[in-house]
Design a protein around this ligand. Structure first.
Ligand code: CUA
Length: 349
């Protein structure tokens, strides 16, 4: 069967589930189609027009027959729904210990950023046997990030963050495709995901970068002068940002909002959309000034200080001691890592 591959290799924890669901649906629909065709041919021959039987006669089908074709298909449909919903939730619920990676789609390339600061173009390095969560947005049109071997795919939209996750089960290099027609070079918007042994991945992570995403975000926080209003104390013109990620925040209009990636994004690009209770709509918009890459860095910084004074599990912070925490401010602990052995950074733009 390996010489005649109908499917890409199964390289993630959900791949066998997706394939089983798909093949199950093909088997059921195939069997039903076959049954219908057999019955059509059988009846067409058996009840063909004959000289002594020119006119059709109305027949009442027996009740047990009616019940059979109501009950059996209903059971089949419920089974399909339950199986589909189960796989759907498996694919959509991000495990708590997932590594965080950020992806940006643009015409026509994929850019990936790791919390430790590494950046890649059309290549993504991930460890084997560990959930990886990808937070993604597009700089222009709708793209779709697709890992055929992992059986996961999601549209990448220009106006919000979306997330997906996978856990690779085998080392190697696998395809990345764009699965949404996005312009002339859509078909060239491809890449490679490199699944590595955890130790190898650690070595790769230690390779050069410009400091963690959060520390890059902290610099931007000062560069865009966010820190002139968002102070550490409540005396600022804007809300204190430390310790608020994942919390529910009351708004001036009496509603409230859960502070997540998309709320932070909206608050930077369209600050007057949801004003925090007790504050004036003073903040200028940063629409068109902050690139997608910088948005990710700012988000990363806000999340890194967001966990403070919080009993909530900070999203993306790794409980696994062998992997650096997803958001470490200011490159702390970097000296302890092995020396650089690989350099794979793609050239930007
Ligand atoms: Cu991007 Cu198709």
């Amino acid at each position: 069967m390996n010489d005649f591959p109908l499917f890409p290799e199964q390289v993630s924890t959900v791949a066998p589930l997706v394939d089983a669901l798909y093949l199950g649906l093909v088997a059921i629909t195939g069997a039903v189609s076959l049954l219908i065709w057999i019955v059509i041919f059988y009846f067409a021959v058996k009840y063909r027009r004959r000289p002594d039987n020119e006119l059709a006669q109305e027949q009442e089908p027996p009740a047990f027959l009616e019940m059979t074709w109501i009950i059996i298909p209903s059971i089949i449909f419920v089974v399909i729904f339950v199986a589909g919903a189960w796989v759907f939730f498996r694919i959509n619920r991000v495990p708590a210990n997932a590594l965080e990676v950020y992806a940006t789609g643009r015409q026509w390339m994929w850019k990936f950023q790791h919390p430790t600061g590494q950046r890649e173009i059309n290549t993504l390095h991930v460890p084997v046997g560990r959930p990886v969560k990808i937070t993604m947005a597009s700089e222009d049109v709708i793209h779709s990030l697709w890992f055929p071997s992992f059986r996961v795919k999601m549209d990448v939209l220009p106006n919000r963050f979306r997330t997906m996750w996978f856990e690779a089960t085998k080392t190697g290099s696998y395809h990345i495709f764009c699965a949404e027609y996005c312009g002339t070079k859509h078909s060239a918007m491809i890449g490679t995901v490199v699944v590595m042994e955890p130790t190898e991945y650690q070595r790769w992570l230690a390779g050069g970068s410009e400091g963690s995403l959060a520390s890059q975000g902290e610099k931007l926080f000062a560069k865009y002068a966010c820190n002139t209003c968002h102070l550490d104390t409540a005396s600022g013109r804007g809300p204190v940002l430390a310790g608020f990620y994942g919390k529910t925040r009351p708004l001036v209009n009496g509603q409230s909002v859960v502070v997540d990636d998309n709320y932070i994004r909206e608050s930077i690009l369209n600050p007057t959309a949801k004003i925090a209770a007790g504050f004036q709509p003073l903040m200028p918009t940063f629409q068109g000034q902050v690139s997608e890459d910088d948005l990710i860095r700012l988000l990363s910084y806000v999340k890194s200080i967001g966990g403070q004074a919080s009993s909530l599990p900070a999203s993306g912070v790794s409980p696994d001691a062998t992997v650096p925490p997803a958001e470490t401010p200011a490159g702390s602990g970097r000296d302890a890592r092995p020396p650089q052995t690989t350099t794979i950074q793609g050239t930007e733009r």
